[in-house]
Design a protein around this ligand. Sequence first.
Ligand code: KE4
Length: 423
Amino acid sequence: MTSQTLFAEARRYIPGGVNSPVRAFRGVGGEPFFVDRAKGAHIWDIEGKEYIDYVGTWGPAILGHAPGVIQEAIAAAALKGVSFGIPNPLEVEMARTITEWVPSIKKVRMVNSGTEATMSSIRLARGFTGRDKIVKFEGCYHGHVDSLLVKAGSGALTHGQPDSAGVPAALAQLTITLPFNDPEALRAIFAREGSQIAAVIVEPIPANAGLYLPRPGFLELLRELCSAYDALLIFDEVMTGFRLARGGYQERCGITPDLTALGKIIGGGLPVGAFGGRAEIMDQLSPDGPVYQAGTLSGNPLAMAAGLAQLHELERLNAWDKLEAIGAEFEEGTRVALKKAGRDYVFQRIGSMFCLYFTSGEVWNLADAQRSDRAGFARYFHACREAGVYFAPSQFEAGFLSLAHTSEDLVKTAQIVERALGA
Ligand code: KE4
């Protein structure tokens, strides 16, 4: 059994051979390898090849893969049952932890993916405000929600389907998309349609078109305009939550959203999402309120146990200072490699999230990101992969560091990156 034969068989039964499009390597060409196991910052494919992993299952593996604390928590929880569909104490502990760590979240509901978290957030915003229009930003990806698969990022962008087939025009028309970091466009849309806008949903650090940062004042303006027009501000912190700070990016930027979508890290690698915010908004949810939302496996005990084990370990280790140090060391190595290779590519990082754009100049929005040389990135990706470093298989994805990445990993990676930049 090789990755190649397994992929051929996968394509017989699974669309594109994958259960999520970005895994198909369409953004870089070639075929994906199949993973056998993962531990710490390393993964092994079924042929036994070892890689230093900078995808970290797209964010959840912030402690590294398969940390003992998570494995033990899942095993212990499993001895008591796998799923109940009945309230269990772990759900209360998770909700209490999230509300303690993220002050803007007074009440929270668990779901099973980031998509469910954002989908439920916009339905709740529409129900709470009685308005229909949603504002999002080009290149931001919030999961495969009909209303949000409009000029979307991540795999939708990679595969040239930012506006997915199957989304009714009547629904897509209720979604207004704006360029990120464009205050004039923001002011104009609110002046024109502010009274019809239920919510603005934003990745405060857009990381689904690579990774770029908000210009100073942009998110503050967003908060100001939402408040002025009684629209809700939804921070999609599915990736940044509990990664960029104990309280997510909102702790770092000091902006208080009305709702926050969460995922990835809070599941410890198991399927979990969550959404929460102001109590008066959350109380509109069934069974107390008229906005329906539900889930058979929401608050699943194994997922709660895994997520709580990860959150408590992050706190025990005071992870965020360490993640910043690892990120800084990785950035230094990358910048030295770029200099030695004579490449003026744009490397951007915040904490343990990063992106190397194969373009020069500055990257502040999707249009800037799309200037990147995708063929050059693809050559680089495969040169790194062959040398044992696994980056995200698309120019339009972010990379992730974990507490398990050692200096030895980073030194080896920088040497491989330097050679791959010449590919
Ligand atoms: P999920 O439904 O995939 O759990 O979460 C959707 C989502 C929501 N919001 C943000 C900011 C996200 O980044 C995501 C999902 N992230 C992608 C990686 N760019 C998941 C990888 C994939 O689609 O396979």
